[in-house]
Each structure stands twice: as structure tokens, then as C-alpha cells.
Design a binder for this molecule. Structure first.
Ligand SMILES: Nc1ncnc2c1ncn2[C@@H]1O[C@H](COP(=O)(O)OP(=O)(O)OP(=O)(O)O)[C@@H](O)[C@H]1O
Ligand SMILES: [Mg+2]
Length: 445
């Protein structure tokens, strides 16, 4: 059974080709103005006109701020990096606050590397490891070399390869019938898929089929790979980096580094910039989403400010449900949304509005279908009324226990009686606060 999280019904922003938000689209209901603004941001990101800017989504609790940010991630697809974090993540006892921020910043900056590489490419027709006696004595045998034959539409070639390449072949689980390429310079092996001559073996499977390569086995090939700056940092911080693009910064790997230092990052930036100038790599500014931004403190805000102005910066999206509040880390400086005024001035603000009861009804309906909860129409109406008077989140949270109760009662669907019963089991935040005030003398002070 697949797990369902609270935002898994959101599949996108639900915007039509004219840039207009439909009443219900891609799992989202209402909140049209915010969705349309976000869709504009998507366009700007795609056309690379947004880097180094910040967007703030502000609105009352449970008005879909996080949902809309995640919808943006879905719209961007997997070619543009999206790094979500919650502001309180910076308060770790082991890592500096600014280090956490920096790491996430670099996870949100992509690099598309196009390299023309000399490769051997084709469908594998033979893999034969050749064994010899172990030169160091003992009983075992070692592999002295491996013979791999590759076939293309145009011809075929037999290669005698180093034993280290045999290890990569085993690691990538390459078999006869797979289409692979071997880079001549690094010896790294990439499996592209199974040759489509084998495609009719099964009706349904997870395999990806690729056509038999054209041209010669030995040729020059343009290889495109997407990595983030953080991937490069990690690969170069570890003594043994990856085999492919990551090793393009291989010069740095020699002096075995084990920690991502500011110095290493600077060195990587220099090389990245060089590759960009040479046209080998292209910078893909992605999105860093920081939820509950009011949890950051003044130090972090100052740092963010600086990072946003750097030449390599992602688009940063904040979300908060706070109004006028104290900026963390200051004595008592109050500011809208808990953001320092100068940073706030740099953001484009998108606001979210409370939902109408009809909209809450629609959201509940989508969620009940998504969670496979059979629920009667009148029960759903009552639940949306409850959501309207307390919060959307409260009414959404009641769906699962109500469904469970229905099972206990052997009822085929959740009815009005069951909804009334669960609302008695679990009270909402507003009623809870009210009870506390009314009965303050009965609690410990
Ligand atoms: N317009 C919408 N359409 C469909 N589902 C929604 C919509 N808005 C919110 N939801 C769902 O309602 C729940 C609460 O919304 P969400 O977590 O996005 O609120 P939020 O504004 O981030 O609240 P908070 O300020 O408390 O963080 C989530 O499960 C979310 O997926
Ligand atoms: Mg949220």
C-alpha cells in the first residue's frame, strides 16, 4: 500500500494555457490569485529571469501556502532543482546555522553539463572475464582483463578492458543485451537501458528500452548530466568521488578532503565558472523553499541577504503564517511576518486567503477520494462546516479517524453520526483555547 502524505493530492498549480487558474485543478481548489501569481513565477524561473530573488507566501494557517509551494515544485519537474526546508532545521547542535543554509542553497543550484566525450557505445553481445593465477600466490584467481563485445547498427567491436571496468560492469548489473557506453578517458560505464530487440519478452516491466545505437562503436558523443553544486561539494569532499561528471572537478580530489569547507566551495565555484565560460556547463538556478521563515533569526536573515546577492543564487521562496511579530534574535524589533524590513522589501509577496465553506467542501472531497474514504454527502457538508468554523486542517485530520470508526461499526461509509462522534473525541484548537480560558482555575499555573 502506498503511503499518503498531507499534500500528495497536489499535482501542480492547475493553470490553463491562458494563465488562468481553474476552480479545481491538479488537486488544488480555489486560492486562484495566489496560484496565478505562482504560475507567473514558474514562467520566470523557466526563462531564467528570477535568480537571486525572493518570494514570500503569507497568509493565515492552513490556507495552502505549503501546498502551493509544493505545487510549484511539481510544475518545475525534475530538471530544475527544488530544495524544501523548514526554517527550524538550522538549529542543530552539530552544524552551524549558516552552514545548514549554505548547504541548502547549493542543493537548489543546478548545473547542466554538456560534454563531448570519446566513447565506445553499443549493445553488449559478450562479456568474458579472463582469469589468471593470483600473482601474489594463494589459491584464488584474479581477473586480468575482460573482453566486451559491442554491436551497433553499423558494425561491432571487441574490446579488451581493464579489470576495474569489470567491477563497474558488475555494479551497474550489465548483461548481454544491454545498451551501454564506456567513456574512454575515465573508463566509467553507463547503462542506458535494454536493447529494444528484447522488448517483446514481457507485457509489463520496469525496464527501459533503447534503440540499437547508430554509427560506429567508437565515436564522440554528447553527454548531458544534471547535478547540483551540493553534489559537486560532496563528491569532492570525499576522498573517493563518483565516476562521471563529478570527477570533472577531479583536480581537487587529489588532496583528500573530508569536510565541505568554504575554501572547497570557492574552489568549486571557480571551476564551475570556468566551465560556464567555456560553454561546457550551464547554470540552472532552482528553488530553495524555506517554510515557517519566521523561525529564522537575525543572523540567518543577514546571511540570506548576502547569499541572495551573490552571482550564483537560486530563487528563494519563503512561507509564513505570522502577522506583526518580533524578529527572532533581536530584543524587541517588531516587523511584518517576523522578517527584517530590508529583507521584506526585497521579496515579492503572494498572499493566501481563508477558504469559503464551499471550497473547504471541495478540498475535503478530494482528500476523501484520495484516502479512499467513503463518506456521505451530508456528513461531508457537516465536516466542511466544522472546517469553516475552526480550520481546514482540523476537518482534514478528522477524515482518517472517522473512516476507522466506520470500519469498527461495520458501516460501508462515514455518516453524519460518525462525524459527530469524532468531533467529540478530538477537539479543535479554538475550542481547546476557549476551554482553557473558561476553566483556568482548574489547571496548574
Ligand atoms: N487550495 C487547496 N486545494 C487543495 N488542498 C489544499 C488547498 N489548500 C490547502 N490544502 C491542503 O490543506 C492542508 C493544509 O494546507 P497547508 O499545509 O498548505 O497550509 P499552510 O498555509 O502551509 O498552513 P501553515 O501556515 O499552518 O503552515 C494540506 O493538507 C493541504 O494539502
Ligand atoms: Mg505550511
Amino acid at each position: 500500500m502506498s503511503r499518503i502524505s498531507c499534500h500528495s493530492h497536489v499535482k501542480g498549480l492547475g493553470i490553463d494555457e491562458n494563465g488562468i487558474a481553474s476552480e479545481i485543478g491538479a488537486g488544488l481548489v480555489g486560492q486562484k490569485a495566489a496560484r496565478e501569481s505562482m504560475s507567473l513565477i514558474v514562467d520566470l524561473i523557466r526563462s531564467k529571469k528570477m535568480a537571486g530573488r525572493a518570494v514570500l507566501i503569507a497568509g493565515p494557517p492552513a490556507t495552502g501556502k505549503t501546498a502551493i509551494a509544493l505545487a510549484l515544485a511539481q510544475e518545475l519537474g525534475n530538471k530544475i532543482p527544488f530544495c524544501p526546508m523548514v526554517a527550524s532545521e538550522v538549529y542543530s547542535s552539530e552544524v552551524k546555522k549558516t552552514e545548514v543554509l549554505m548547504e541548502n542553497f547549493r542543493k537548489a543550484i543546478g548545473l547542466r553539463v554538456k560534454e563531448v566525450k570519446e566513447v565506445y557505445e553499443g549493445e553488449v553481445t559478450e562479456i568474458t572475464p579472463c582469469e589468471t593465477e593470483n600473482p601474489l600466490g594463494g589459491y584464488g584467481k584474479t581477473i586480468s582483463n575482460v573482453i566486451v563485445s559491442l554491436r551497433t547498427v553499423k558494425g561491432s567491436k571487441q574490446l579488451k578492458l581493464d579489470p576495474s571496468i569489470y567491477e563497474s560492469i558488475q555494479r551497474e548489473k550489465i548483461e548481454v543485451g544491454d545498451v551501454i557506453y564506456i567513456e574512454v578517458n575515465t573508463g566509467s560505464v553507463k547503462r542506458q537501458g535494454r536493447s529494444d530487440t528484447f522488448a517483446t519478452e514481457y507485457d509489463l516491466e520496469a525496464e527501459e528500452y533503447v534503440p540499437l545505437p547508430k554509427g560506429d562503436v567508437h565515436k564522440k558523443k554528447e553527454v548531458v548530466q544534471d547535478v547540483t553544486l551540493h553534489d559537486l561539494d560532496v563528491a569532492n569532499a570525499r576522498p573517493h568521488g563518483g565516476q562521471d561528471v563529478l570527477s570533472m572537478v577531479g583536480q581537487l580530489m587529489k588532496n583528500k578532503k573530508t569536510e565541505i569547507t568554504d575554501k572547497l566551495r570557492k574552489e568549486i565555484n571557480v571551476i564551475v565558472n570556468k566551465y560556464i565560460d567555456q560553454g561546457i556547463a550551464e547554470l540552472v538556478p532552482g528553488v530553495l523553499f524555506i517554510d515557517e521563515i519566521h523561525m529564522l533569526d537575525l543572523e540567518c536573515f543577514t546571511y540570506l541577504h548576502r547569499a541572495l546577492e551573490s552571482s550564483i543564487s537560486p530563487i528563494v521562496i519563503f512561507a509564513t503564517n505570522r502577522g506583526m511579530t518580533t524578529v527572532r534574535g533581536t530584543d524587541d524589533i517588531k516587523s511584518p511576518h517576523g522578517l527584517p524590513a530590508d529583507l521584506l522589501d526585497r521579496t515579492m509577496i503572494i498572499k493566501t486567503m481563508p477558504y469559503s465553506q464551499k471550497e473547504i467542501f471541495q478540498i475535503l472531497k478530494i482528500r476523501s477520494q484520495f484516502e479512499n474514504v467513503e463518506i456521505d454527502e451530508d456528513a461531508l457538508i457537516h465536516l466542511s462546516e466544522i472546517g469553516f468554523n475552526s480550520t481546514l486542517r482540523y476537518s482534514l485530520q478528522l477524515l482518517t479517524p472517522a473512516n476507522h470508526l466506520a470500519k469498527i461499526y461495520n458501516s460501508t461509509s462515514v455518516d453524519l453520526k460518525i462525524i459527530k462522534e469524532v468531533t467529540e473525541c478530538f477537539i479543535d484548537a479554538k475550542s481547546s483555547a476557549k476551554t482553557l480560558v473558561e476553566n483556568s482555575d482548574k489547571f496548574m499555573k
